[in-house]
Design a protein around this ligand. Structure first.
Ligand code: ADP
Ligand code: MG
Length: 346
């Protein structure tokens, strides 16, 4: 996820006015969490739809401000304290956020490892701009690998956070967008919204339906224009994709992307994208990143441990690896795909 620091802007006002007989589609675009967020709400009442957009805007802005990894934020302050070996006082929301990330990291065997912020920064991804320098030296990478920071180093109570490893630097680029969308959708439901999509640059959670017809979602082709597959949302689901095309830089003919394998310290090899469907956006977000790193051989084990059973991994040969559940419901939009359906027991 690209955590650009831009003010939220309502780019598009509603085109429809007043109240109508049947629910109408209302759409708005916001810029937050480093990406363009599309909010779609189905409602009879335009004012209610506008309030729903405000709710989404405020929830996403709260998470963005709290967890921004490189602009001055509560997170950068936490990171300064962890580097000094200090214990930090935290509130209930921070506790829930870190606890969920810590549990997911553990289930992923630390493939999803939000404690490697120093590595992400070393690769130049703590910036609003695309990195344009050489990749880091092997010595610099080794120095960070040696201290092996992970979420297991973190001691968390409901009011305090500390780390016994001073190399821990938190970066929730792989999780914050999902968490923020879950928060936004929970608030939408509380305010009576039953049919909506919050779509942050292709990563989304959709609830309900569109006038009795299911929401239909496209999954971006990882190496070409257009969609590689589409699917229909059932009731309330999140669809998250991690891809090597999201953030990268080229140097000396080599491409370096932003999903770092915590074991090698280098961008993870072998995968081009992973899509996960799960009710929780936070789980789908963390799992997409973890399974990208796990790769074509190991993803089924990590997926089971993380509690996700609808996965599509596309490897560098463009072979599509899927769980049976994913294969059952997805509609491929290309005809020459090589398929590998994995894990008959799922
Ligand atoms: P996107 O949705 O943009 O494809 P991801 O959800 O996969 O992104 O998150 C990638 C971001 O997560 C990186 O920009 C970085 O901030 C952070 N990150 C990189 N490698 C890891 C990792 N192994 N574990 C956790 N976070 C990571
Ligand atoms: Mg992710």
């Amino acid at each position: 996820m690209k955590w650009l620091w831009l003010n939220l802007t309502l780019l598009l006002a509603f085109g429809l006015s007043g109240c109508s007989e049947s629910p109408q589609v209302h759409q708005a675009k916001l810029f937050t969490l480093g990406t363009l967020v599309d909010v779609t709400v189905l409602h009879r009442d335009e004012a209610a739809a506008a309030r729903a957009v405000e709710i989404v805007e405020s929830e996403l802005a709260t998470v963005n401000a709290q967890w921004h990894a490189w602009r001055d934020s509560p997170l950068t302050q936490i990171n300064q304290q962890l580097a000094l070996g200090n214990t930090v006082a935290i509130d209930a929301a921070t506790y829930r956020f870190i606890q969920q990330a810590q549990t997911l990291a553990s289930h992923s065997e630390q493939r999803f490892n939000p404690a490697i912020g120093a590595l992400v920064a070393l690769w130049g991804f703590h910036s609003d701009e695309r990195p344009d320098s050489a990749p880091p030296t092997q010595e610099a990478i080794n120095a960070l690998l040696k201290s092996a920071p992970s979420m297991a180093d973190i001691t968390l109570t409901e009011t305090t956070l500390s780390s016994n490893n001073r190399a821990v630097q938190l970066d929730f680029g792989a999780f914050g967008k999902g968490y923020a969308i879950d928060q936004a959708v929970a608030r939408l439901k509380q305010s009576g919204i039953e049919n909506a999509i919050v779509n942050a640059g292709g990563d989304l959670r959709a609830i309900g339906s569109k006038n009795e017809r299911p929401w239909r979602i496209g999954i971006r082709h990882p190496t070409a224009a257009g969609v590689i597959a589409s699917l229909e949302i059932i009731d309330d689901e999140s669809v998250f994709t991690s891809g090597n095309y999201e953030r990268f830089f080229d140097f000396s003919g080599q491409r370096y992307h932003h999903i770092i394998d915590p074991r090698s310290g280098y961008p993870a090899q072998g995968t081009v994208s992973v899509t996960v469907i799960h009710r929780s956006a936070a789980v789908a977000d963390a799992a997409a990143t973890a399974l990208f790193i796990a790769g074509a051989e190991q993803w089924p084990r990590i997926a089971r441990q993380m509690g996700v059973d609808e996965v599509m991994l596309i490897d560098e040969q463009l072979t599509l690896h899927m769980t049976p559940k994913m294969a059952q419901r997805i509609q491929l939009e290309i005809d020459d795909a090589e398929l590998n359906i994995v894990g008959g027991e799922q």
